[in-house]
Design a protein around this ligand. Structure first.
Ligand SMILES: NC(=O)C1=CN([C@@H]2O[C@H](COP(=O)(O)OP(=O)(O)OC[C@H]3O[C@@H](n4cnc5c(N)ncnc54)[C@H](O)[C@@H]3O)[C@@H](O)[C@H]2O)[C@@H](O)CC1
Ligand SMILES: Nc1ncnc2c1ncn2[C@@H]1O[C@H](COP(=O)(O)OP(=O)(O)O)[C@@H](O)[C@H]1O
Ligand SMILES: [K+]
Length: 493
């Protein structure tokens, strides 16, 4: 699924109006119907509704939604916030359509706002994708008042005051909805942790916008939803054998952190690799052998941390990093590995921290190496950013400059390809914010690389499956009780 910028969204609306063809008023009606269909599935007519409308097309949606909901037996109060004399054409037409049906109250100053005594539902249709500057004056006062109300808030298309595709300032006044019901495509703003309070749970409703325009639109931003994630799976052929699925090598663990080696290795084995060898310091030998009899163990000559690179000839992909520490000899191992490696590579955790401290090693990264930092590791690697939009730009530049693939982990993990394209992941949950979840991802990615998934597909699909397994784990155990091993136990496709 593509994520488009504001200019493209406007062009998409225009392309739909021109090519279908459909009048913009009827398109607004269709969008409002789609909103109402979503609404009916959530709230019955026992809850009263207050709809707050601006005077652009988002406000026009608000008026049409009010009319349709009222026709379906909901008790609806409608308020138009008079922050300007100008109103869009479709807003004016919808005002005419509603006037004989429901009383519309004009709000010229904040004292004319209703008191919210009970927890009825608030629909926010003040400003949509047309936001061109921060909300101020009466609009800002109204937004603050709505945010203080007890009932649930549902934003039409996007929370009023939130930019679709660029960062707001911290001081901006923005609606804090419980739900956002957005039209046709997810918005870049929804992917940013800094906007968590301004999106709530968001839902995309289909309003039949022009498919050709979407297919042709050029954008670096994509969203890996269920169908685009599942489309990447490589099915196992009937006559395949373990040689078909590659031989993965995982280099992980140090004294006290052998668990990281166990988790990444188990995840690798459970993600389809034909064969798996785990290279661990001597102290990890028995632990690994017992916890994962399916793996072969390559034992380092050093007792407590990895100090040598094993013979690499037989491996089809390598993952390094979980729990390896940053001893001087381990730094040398990473250096030597980067010089010798001829197969796809994934670098995580301590191996990333080593890269941060030895930036000269960055120059040695083979093309299309996958790196999987969490935000802190990325900051160590690439430096600070003023906000998350800048961080994403920094990551896109970093991926292009070093010709690597970055999995920038977190909610909506951003998989950034070496051409700068970004694929936000749809799966996963806050239950995965628990020690070892990242090690599990390293194992999955190593496994997929060994099975000859392209590095791009390995990263997008691996992150998707990791989150999906996390979602299944959370369902069975709850987000609180689940641990990283539960993610492994729910792998499988
Ligand atoms: N045919 C279409 O174009 C469709 C548009 N739709 C709705 O239209 C919305 C976009 O509508 P508009 O482009 O009219 O824009 P908005 O309704 O978001 O904004 C209205 C106007 O307010 C002005 N404005 C921007 N920021 C302001 C601020 N901080 N204070 C005061 N005024 C401000 C702008 O000049 C803009 O024209 C979408 O979010 C969606 O809800 C939907 O009805 C689907 C179809
Ligand atoms: N709130 C969240 N929503 C979705 N996924 C999350 C969330 N928090 C963490 N995760 C996922 O869990 C993993 C945590 O990785 P990482 O921070 O490296 O943990 P660790 O170092 O403990 O293994 C990442 O894949 C990340 O995307
Ligand atoms: K809105």
């Amino acid at each position: 699924m593509k994520i488009l910028n504001v200019k493209q969204i406007r062009e998409l609306d225009a392309a739909t109006i021109q090519n279908e063809p459909i009048s913009s008023l009827n398109l607004m009606e269709r969008a409002s119907q789609a909103f109402v269909k979503w609404y009916e599935g959530r709230f019955d007519t026992t809850k009263s509704i207050s709809v707050f409308c601006g005077k652009g097309n988002n406000g026009g949606d608000g008026l049409a939604i009010s009319r349709i909901l009222s026709g379906k037996g909901y008790h609806v109060r409608v308020f138009v916030i008079e922050y300007t004399k100008d109103a869009s054409e479709d807003f004016q037409q919808n005002l005419v359509k509603i006037e004989n049906l429901i009383q519309v109250k004009s709000v010229y100053e904040i004292n004319a706002m209703p008191e919210f005594v009970d927890d009825h539902v608030i629909i926010d249709a003040l400003l949509g994708s047309g936001l061109s500057r921060p909300a101020e004056g009466l609009l800002a006062e109204v937004i603050k008042k709505i945010n203080d109300a007890p009932g649930p808030i549902i934003s039409v298309d996007i929370a009023s005051g939130l930019y679709v595709d660029k960062s707001n300032e911290k001081a901006d006044t923005i609606i804090e909805p419980d739900h956002t019901v957005t039209f046709q495509l997810p918005k870049l703003a929804f992917m940013m942790p800094q906007n968590a309070a301004f999106t709530g749970d968001w839902h995309v409703v289909d309003i039949g916008l022009n498919e050709k325009y979407i297919a042709d639109a050029s954008t670096p931003y994509h969203f890996t939803d269920q169908s685009s994630g599942e489309a990447l799976v490589k099915f196992r052929e009937k006559f395949s054998h373990k040689g078909t699925f590659g031989h993965a090598l995982i280099m992980a663990g140090s004294y006290g952190k052998i668990g990281a080696a166990v988790l990444s290795s188990r995840a690798c084995a459970h993600s389809g690799a034909g064969l798996l060898t785990v290279h661990v310091p001597e102290c990890g030998y028995e632990i690994l052998q017992i916890s994962l009899p399916e793996a072969m163990i390559s034992v380092d000559q050093n007792r407590n941390y990895i100090a040598s690179v094993p013979e690499l000839d037989s491996f089809s992909a390598i993952g390094i990093g979980p729990g390896i520490g940053q001893e001087a000899l381990t730094v040398r191992v990473l250096d030597e590995l980067l010089s010798k490696i001829k197969v796809p590579l994934i670098i995580d955790a301590d191996a990333l921290n080593i890269l941060s401290k030895h930036p000269d090693l960055l120059e040695k990264l083979p093309a299309k190496t996958i790196v999987s930092p969490h935000p802190k590791e990325f900051q160590r690697l690439a430096g600070e950013s003023a906000n998350e939009y800048d961080r994403l730009e920094l990551a896109r530049n970093f991926a292009q400059k070093h010709n690597v693939i970055i999995c920038l982990k977190g909610a909506y993990t951003a998989v950034i390809l070496s051409d700068g394209d970004v694929h936000f992941n749809s799966t996963g949950n806050a239950g995965m914010a628990t020690g070892g979840s990242g090690d599990v991802l390293t194992g999955i990615l190593t496994s997929l690389l060994a099975q000859k998934y392209t590095p791009e597909n390995a990263a997008i699909f691996g992150v998707f499956q990791h989150g999906l397994a996390g979602d299944k784990a959370a369902k069975k155990k709850t987000k609180t009780a689940m641990i990283a091993s539960d993610i492994i136990d729910n792998l499988g496709w």
